[in-house]
Design a protein around this ligand. Structure first.
Ligand code: ADP
Ligand code: MG
Length: 459
């Protein structure tokens, strides 16, 4: 019996999450679900990776009753997050018949979204800007909705979405449930809660990221030597994977190039990339075909990796709470983590702010930059792209079948399969990647041939 049986959740929901291996609620789920299910307004703060999505997904899906009309709206700060939340809700809803969950965000013509709204989804997930546009054009009608979720509220405020949220809110029924989730709890989030929630239950869990199992170290490195220092640290530590944070898109690109030239399997993730390139960077990191991801803070928000051993700040964040977020990406679920920061002398002042915010004394270490040993991080996996996806009714099982059907490739040599509307990404062990390409080109998938190719390294 799962621990989720303490609440009277529909068996379809409990079974769906059990099939994802989820049987024990996380602390935030344990603390918030009773109130969420009772229809109360809830203000929940818990650090990144603590399972907030499932808490509200279960709430929304338990409350679905009307046969039509949008019943829940989830606002998220970025398109990546909107996609991720959409997928997470869909996974929980798989055993419920006909629950349409749709994501809406910028970068896609409004017309496409307006057309898709002809068939109203039960649950709408999106970024505030695009949701507002859809409300204003009259395409999105929210008068029947029952639950509003403000996810990653702190980030939405940082990104200047307050006015959009304010206007959206006016289009919503007064009588509704409002759930607010945030990784941090600055005054601005409290103010947001005051304006949109009614007598909310407050659940504030420990934001302390100074957990025993995260080792945080600072290295003083001149700006001109940072790229080499990074090579050195990655080579020495040989982490399974690492997330490198840069403050600017240009730094992201340069660091990616530097690491790629040194032979690393690396990708960059930042806001200047096309949506498709962003998807690809995330997929490649998540499926292990890239060992290092170099990202800006905003772009990395959408990234869900549960088991990240190393985070490096190429430059210290300008704000201490952003640094806390970075550190919080490692050492999840009780695993060991390391958070390193390369600090130029001009950034020393920011270390003070971090020390205050996290109540710690920075531990400094030296790097001997005269003896850099190169040991690039190479991935065991490659990513194959198929130019067909959900819209072509392609399923992961079809792809796996086509790859393993002739017994030339074992199921264990096929990794994660990520399905998008018009594309599918398949991780393959590097020893069988070429074979896989050949098989899919020859043998077709479900009797149809699609374009397939392997993604190449960054340089
Ligand atoms: P948050 O929104 O708090 O940052 P997420 O909701 O994205 O975190 O959850 C992080 C990861 O934890 C996801 O991969 C999710 O599938 C997983 N997860 C959520 N709840 C549980 C649970 N009860 N047991 C195990 N894993 C869980
Ligand atoms: Mg979240």
């Amino acid at each position: 019996m799962s621990d989720f049986s303490q609440w009277s959740l529909r068996s379809e929901l409990v079974e769906a999450i059990a099939s994802q291996g989820i049987t024990e609620p996380t602390p935030i789920q344990q603390a918030s679900l009773a109130d969420i299910l009772a229809g109360a307004d809830v203000l929940a703060q818990a650090k990144t990776g603590s399972g907030k999505t499932l808490a509200f997904a279960l709430g929304i899906l338990s409350g679905l009753d009307a046969p039509s009309g949008v019943q829940a709206l989830v606002l998220c700060p970025t398109r990546e997050l909107a996609d991720q939340v959409t997928q997470a809700i869909r996974k929980v809803a798989v055993r419920l018949p006909n629950v349409k969950v749709s994501a809406f965000y910028g970068g896609i013509p409004v017309r496409v979204h307006v057309e898709s709204l002809v068939h109203e989804p039960a649950i709408v997930v999106g970024t505030p800007g695009r949701i507002l546009e859809l409300i204003e054009t009259g395409a999105l009608k929210l008068d029947a909705m029952k639950t509003l979720v403000l996810d990653e509220a702190d980030r939405m405020l940082d990104m200047g979405f307050e006015p959009a949220i304010q206007t959206i809110q006016k289009a919503l029924p007064k009588k509704r449930q409002t759930l607010l989730f945030s990784a941090t709890f600055p005054d601005a989030v409290r103010a947001l809660s005051k304006s949109y929630q009614r007598d909310p239950k407050e659940i504030l869990l420990d934001t302390d990221t100074r957990s025993e199992h995260i080792e945080q170290l600072f290295f003083e490195v001149p700006i001109s030597r940072k790229a080499d220092a990074l090579l050195h640290l990655l080579g020495q530590l040989q982490p399974a994977q690492a997330l490198v944070f840069c403050n600017t898109k240009i730094d992201c690109q340069q660091v990616e190039q530097h690491l790629a030239k040194a032979g690393f399997d690396v990708c960059a993730l930042h806001g200047d990339l096309e949506q498709r390139d962003r998807d690809e960077a995330m997929v490649r990191f998540q499926n292990g075909s890239v060992r290092v991801l170099v990202a800006t803070d905003v772009a990395a928000r959408g990234l869900d990796v549960s088991d990240l051993p190393l985070v490096i700040s190429y430059e210290l964040a300008h704000q201490a709470d952003v640094h806390v977020h970075r550190v919080g990406r490692t050492g999840r679920a009780g695993k060991d983590g390391r958070a390193l920061a390369l600090v130029a002398s001009s950034e020393i002042g920011r270390v003070k702010a971090v020390e205050e915010q996290m109540s710690l004394t920075a531990q400094w270490q030296r790097i001997d930059l005269s003896a850099i040993k190169l040991a690039p991080l190479k991935a065991d996996w490659k990513t194959l792209v198929i130019d067909a996806g959900r819209k072509d009714k392609l399923r992961p099982g079809d792809i796996l079948g086509a790859l393993t059907g002739k017994q030339q490739i074992a199921a264990t040599q096929v990794g994660k399969i990520a399905l998008f509307d018009t594309r599918a990404y398949v991780a393959l062990h590097k020893n069988v990647a070429d074979k896989a390409l050949q098989l899919l080109r020859q043998d077709k998938i479900k009797g149809r041939s699609f374009r397939v190719r392997l993604l190449s390294p960054a340089v």
